[in-house]
Design a protein around this ligand. Sequence first.
Ligand SMILES: [Zn+2]
Ligand SMILES: [Zn+2]
Length: 450
Amino acid sequence: MLFGGAWSFSACYPKLIGRTDTTGKVPMNARAPKGTADMLPDVARVWEHMQRTAQTLFARYGYEPIYTPVFEHTEVFTRGIGEATDIVSKEMYTFEDKGGRSLTLRPEGTASIVRSALEHNLTSNGQFAKVYYAGPMFRYERPQKGRMRQFWQIGLEAIGMAEPSVDAEVIMVLMRYFEELGIPRANMRLLINSMGDQACRPAYRDKVAAFIREHGEELCEECNRRAETNPLRAFDCKNPACAAVMAEAPLLRDELCDACAAHYAAVKELLDDLGLAYEEDPSLVRGLDYYTRTVFEVQVDAGLGSQNAIGGGGRYDRLMEEYGGPATPGLGFALGFERTFLAMQAAGVGVLGHALAEVYVARVDDSVGAVAFAVAQELRDAGIAVELDHQGRSLKSQFKQADRLGARAVVVVGPDELAAGAVTLRNMVTKDETHVPLGEIAGRIRTLLG
Ligand SMILES: [Zn+2]
Ligand SMILES: [Zn+2]
């Protein structure tokens, strides 16, 4: 079964597919808050499919699950992600709890994972940690297609290793993951860049700041401000005039120190050896301050408009030091559920759904209700997904229900057959009907289901 059939993504995720109306007439305070959406079963099933795919694939690369709190001390994000980033300055859900602590709903996953790795000494004495996570993140942004205020991410982190082969491995996992979900390689573009490190980036930042000041009149107000706070963010400005000016700005690629240049070259060579095509994008800086050296992003061309990045990440070799820990290299990626979903949809991906019931147990009348109930339980104990009528509906509507659930067989319990110690088994595919003795139902159904 493809998920195209019973597709009601639009009903519960209207913002995601670019609709602003909702179907039901409900009072304002009974609606999910702006920028959030209920994940109804047909969408939740896809999310769980994505998580299972991640679990299986990531395990092959040695990653284990980790869960951290959905909220953290605000400082975890202000220090980790950086005060001057859009996320921290504009988009965080920050609140004071009843004890007067400033807490923030996590806007991304990495800061929490690194905080946790430090708190629990996961990387002390030369150990490394390879972990993955999945869950909701929160950012106060203007909702649009593929962008929600509560959104869902899957990510992984490899902490404690500085070698370029780890970068190549992490990038490979991300690409393989999307492919495993059915997004063809040809639909994706892998962009990579190097952000340098503390040896070469400060000088480069100063160069970019000077460039911005030189071209101050051609750039927007915000970019002018960025010269003082976070000049590299000017590369991300959505203003076309700014983009045109910044295209002429000095590139970090040309200013990397020898160690960063060697690291970057080694990563590219490994990707070449793996046969993984990439494009170098010197303007790819990603929106967070903690990135050092390798950064990468996966974009798709179809289905997403301007929000075309479905996943990305990078190295953050100084992040643990920001929290007062020892110098510990690390890198990881995160991918968004909503955008990945849209990319899968655009690629025409079908995902195996599951029938809600393999077998339906119908009853002819109330006199056999208790037997029907017992038969259903016996089949469920035998590992078969079963639904039955609880409401005393007509046989005709029970068969309709069985069809709707995708049942491949219906067991009909009726007083006449029961008097002879049997039930009727109807194969919903061939429409064949046979009488089956009570003790043989589970065995016969297993044969029928194959
Ligand atoms: Zn600008
Ligand atoms: Zn460097």
